[in-house]
Design a binder for this molecule. Structure first.
Ligand code: R5P
Length: 311
């Protein structure tokens, strides 16, 4: 069975794919990825996959569109090369934030990406901490959504201040905040936000007693850093101690995030390597690997074992 198994890496995060390959004990499949002069993507598998169980590890983080098209091209190539099963391992699932229409005449891009993956031939998707669990419902194939929360909690233990409260930056992250709080034996506060414009929100209420507490703000992702910066402002205004730790599964971390989160009250930021780290040399930032979690999922899928305790 192991002979009929191949793990390919897209260019979204080859370091993570290498690490997963080492954990599973396989070398990455040979492939070529190029760009045509006009920007189109070209992918070629350099080894046969006929009858194989193929895993393609490709997060669709920035550059999101290139990484997405590359993933779709890999799946299409595997299907045309007669792979038996094609498993898209998408540690960060881009376009997930548009999981419903917020206004008239808008797309639901999470549904669109699910449709595209299935249309090109993916048989199964493995991902990590989807923006919203119900995105699974856009698929008609199995979706295993792993979680980085236990991994992040272990990495957080040595850096957490005393008298800690876990803070969800919005209503959508309450379940995740509760999972952190249970593991870290802390309570939860929730911030309520109001959307002021398409790109600007404002925290209107802090639900929970954060006065004189150190805060662990959690989120599924940090992109511009705007959500976390607003949360910090509201927490400090509500009397929280200027001892803030931030943890998020995905770190697209645009340059503005460093500017917004370099303030003194932020002690440490933790993200995982679902997306290849873009910002380096930032002493506050720690990147924790999810390679063991993904490798464990792959091993179990190869052995047809349950993944339920990786959720
Ligand atoms: C929002 O719904 C998400 O869960 C994140 O809070 C948000 O996408 C983070 O983005 P940014 O860092 O740009 O505020």
């Amino acid at each position: 069975m192991r002979d009929l198994f191949t793990l390919f890496a897209g260019s979204g995060n080859p370091e993570l794919a290498e690490a997963v390959g080492r954990e599973v004990g396989v070398s990455l499949g040979a492939r070529v990825i190029e760009r045509f002069p006009d920007g189109e993507t070209f992918v070629r598998l350099e080894q046969p996959v006929r009858g194989h169980q193929v895993f393609i590890l490709q997060p669709t983080g920035p550059p999101v569109n290139d990484n997405l098209v590359e993933l779709l091209s890999f799946v299409d190539a595997c299907r045309r090369a007669a792979a038996a099963t094609i498993i898209a391992v998408v540690p960060y699932f881009g376009y997930a934030r548009q999981d419903k229409r917020h206004g008239h005449r808008e797309p639901v891009t999470a549904s669109m990406v699910a449709y595209l993956l299935q249309a090109v031939g993916a048989n199964h998707v493995v991902t990590v901490d989807l923006h919203a669990a119900q995105i699974e419902g856009f698929f008609h194939i199995p979706v295993d959504c792993l979680t980085a929360v236990p991994t992040l909690c272990e990495a957080l233990r040595p850096v957490l201040p005393k008298e800690l409260i876990v803070v969800s930056p919005d209503e959508g992250r309450v379940k995740m905040a509760t999972q952190y709080a249970q593991r870290l034996n802390a309570t939860v506060a929730v911030l309520h936000k109001r959307r002021e414009t398409a790109t600007k929100t404002r925290v209107t209420h802090v639900v929970g007693d954060v006065r004189d507490k150190a805060c662990l703000i959690i989120d599924d992702m940090i992109s511009t850093g705007g959500t976390i910066a607003e949360a910090i402002e509201a927490l400090l205004a509500a009397g929280a101690r200027p001892e803030i730790v931030v943890a998020a599964t995905h770190g697209p971390l645009l340059e503005s995030a460093r500017q917004k989160l370099s303030q003194e009250s932020v002690r440490t930021l933790l993200v995982t390597d679902t997306i290849a780290p873009v910002i380096r040399n930032w002493p506050k930032l720690q990147v924790v690997t999810v390679a063991p979690v993904i490798a464990s999922a792959i091993r179990r899928l190869l052995a047809s074992e349950s993944l339920s305790n990786l959720y």
